[in-house]
Design a protein around this ligand. Structure first.
Ligand code: M6R
Length: 618
């Protein structure tokens, strides 16, 4: 996820674009850039770091701030580490065209090779520079205008994008297009000026009239003349539907949600898709991940895999243990990074260590990685933040591509980490032959349904709110699960603790009888995962035990379950899937439940007390 913004009109573009970037920084903040067209030349400023770093460059150089046309970008790296040359905007080879892009071009490598064979040279590692040169090549070959060239180029592209392109040889227009990534166009009075942005926050004080492009649409914006919209794949003209914005600035940055946490919960269908996009070709039974493929012998010859992480990432690691052992039959140990680094662990060069971290900056995980490396282990990173310290410190790795997670309570980081660990497990199972071809294919096909199933599951929100209102005043809660869903119970309890400050504990359901059952009385809500395929009968017996001690039961069951419905006080149904994939679904109601309880208790959901998003201290 990146932020893009731009202006064309009669005002000075610089303050509009730079302030717009500051508002979009929640979308990504590893590098930033701006192109200002001064009427003759395009002046480019870009740098690794935040928008404030970009401002340091432009503040001392007036030339870089002149112009009535400008486009800017704040980056969340996907292809290419965060550095100055990978920052946007990107010029085409001739220097006539310039682009900013939010999204991923999956087939960029093939296009790049073709362009290189035609004499193109590249200054960056990005897919975006490939796209702007493809547009240039099409424009040259077809002898067409910018709008047509962008349209034709995009028909050759696989992936997701929101782009804005400017051609200095036709300096009265901007071309924008979207597929899978948002773009809004702010319309000034009498078509004298236009604003573009990933959301409306950069232009809300200038105009309330906005046009949101739909997927597959392209707009040609001409200063003083208006906007023409057409469909990219069939050239069909579309009537631009300009709407009046009623949202406040704060609501816009959060995409209309009240909190970043809720927005991130709702982003999970897309985040999960982005994690497996391009890595899993379900129809062909292919799984490819460069970091694993290039080091496959390390994984296959490993004596064991040690997973190190903290907090929610550690819970994802526990799911990873169940997945890897079940599918790939490799022994796995899961360690808190903070313990591992200090307990003089036995590590050998035949160990593979998987370090999981959303931020890629957690001090304990980083220290544990350094220790494992010093003992000769191969260390593989699973991170969300591209170019983060952990991503750089590990020998190889794979990004989750969840997009920025701003809420302190991890949500989409967890489900995307599990998605990635599932792919790694299936890949190793495929290589080792521990799962049949049919079984792997079934998993891949089922996996593809998960984003839609999460989407469907999110519709239970009103039911979860109702349940939240019943239990919001509880002082203690228990979360139970078995097998793949035991870590989900731990994660559910952590979510509730950290944002609502209610004491909660997660347990394997069968451990109840070894102690925690003594806590059960009519004041104890117990959240139980009782999906049909996961040790179902045994969990039903655990539910009976709680019921007979007057505990309140809130059960997560598979659609159509009748047995648990009769015993539990509340049930939440999740769609049917493979048992190993259920954590991707069962976790969603727990996230929503914690969220609503915290809101009802008037807590600071996105920034809970005493917590930080990146724990960079011991
Ligand atoms: O960035 P990391 O994944 O390394 O962070 C690890 C934990 O600090 C983090 O998961 C923390 O537990 C979250 N607040 C949980 O919601």
């Amino acid at each position: 996820m990146c932020g893009i913004t731009g202006y064309i009109g009669e005002r000075d573009a610089y303050p509009i674009v730079i302030n717009g970037l500051k508002r979009l920084e929640y979308r990504g903040y590893d590098s930033a850039g701006i192109m200002m067209y001064d009427g003759e030349k395009m002046n480019l400023s870009k740098t690794k770091g935040k928008v404030s770093d970009l401002e340091l460059i432009t503040t001392n150089n007036e030339k870089k701030r002149i112009g009535k046309i400008g486009i800017g970008h704040t980056r969340w790296a996907t292809h290419g580490v965060p550095n100055d040359s990978n920052s946007h905007p990107h010029f085409s080879q001739s220097g006539d065209l310039v682009i900013v892009h939010n999204g991923i071009i999956e087939n960029y490598d093939t296009i790049k090779k073709e362009l290189i064979s035609r004499g193109y040279k590249f200054q960056s590692d990005t897919d975006t520079e490939v796209l702007v040169n493809l547009i240039e090549e099409v424009k040259k070959n077809e002898g067409c205008k910018l709008g047509k060239a962008v349209q034709l180029a995009l028909t050759n592209v696989i992936g997701a994008y929101a782009i804005a392109v400017f051609d200095k040889t036709k300096p009265n227009e901007l071309v924008v297009a979207r597929l899978g990534s948002p773009i809004a166009i702010g319309v000034g009075k009498n078509n004298e000026e236009f604003f573009i942005a990933s959301d409306a926050s950069p232009f809300i004080e200038y105009t309330k009239d906005a046009l949101y492009l739909e997927d597959g649409e392209l707009a040609i914006i001409k200063k003083g003349r208006g906007i023409k919209v057409r469909q990219i794949d069939n050239d069909k003209p579309i009537d631009p539907k300009i709407q009046e914005l009623k949202l406040s600035l704060d609501q816009i940055e959060k995409g209309g949600y009240d909190h970043f946490m809720l927005k991130e919960i709702y982003e999970q269908p897309k985040a999960i898709t982005d994690t497996y996009r391009g890595r899993m070709l379900a129809d062909q039974g292919i799984i490819r991940m460069a970091g694993v493929d290039d080091n496959i012998s390390k994984f296959l010859n490993a004596d064991r895999i040690i997973i190190i992480a903290c907090g929610t990432s550690w819970h994802a690691g526990l799911v990873g243990e169940y997945l890897l052992e079940d599918m790939a039959r490799i022994p796995v140990e899961v360690e808190y990074a903070s313990e591992f680094r200090y307990r003089n662990p036995i590590i050998t060069p035949k160990d593979v260590v998987i370090a999981i971290s959303q931020s890629g900056e957690t001090a304990d995980t980083l220290a544990a990685i350094k220790l494992a490396k010093s003992k000769g282990a191969f260390v593989f990173g699973v991170c969300n933040v591209v170019g983060s310290s952990i991503a750089r410190e590990t020998h190889a790795g794979a990004y989750t591509h969840a997009g920025p997670e701003i809420g302190v309570a991890s949500t989409k980081a967890f489900t995307t980490q599990i998605t990635l660990l599932t792919l790694i497990s299936l890949k190793l199972a495929q290589e080792k032959g521990t799962l049949s071809k049919t079984a792997v294919n079934t998993y891949l096909q089922t996996m593809q349904q998960i984003p839609n199933q999460v989407e469907k599951l999110l519709k239970i929100d009103p039911l979860v709110q109702e349940i939240a209102s019943v239990y919001k005043d509880a002082t203690n809660c228990l979360y139970l699960g078995r097998g793949f869903n035991f870590p989900v119970a731990l994660e559910g309890a952590l979510k509730l603790k950290e944002i609502s400050y209610i004491h909660a504990e997660g347990y394997p359901a069968a451990e109840m009888k070894h102690g925690p059952i003594a806590l059960i009385d009519e004041n104890m809500p117990v959240f139980v995962i009782a999906t049909r395929k996961g040790h179902y009968e045994k969990v039903v017996s655990n539910i009976q035990e709680i019921k007979s001690r007057s505990g309140k039961i809130i059960a997560i069951v598979t659609e159509g379950d009748e047995t648990v419905k009769e015993i539990a006080d509340h049930v939440i149904e999740i769609p049917e899937t493979e048992e190993a994939l259920t954590p991707l679904l069962t976790t969603i109601p727990f996230q929503l439940l914690s969220y609503h309880i915290a809101v009802m208790l008037n807590k600071n959901v996105d920034q809970p007390r005493n917590l930080a998003k990146s724990v960079t201290v011991e």
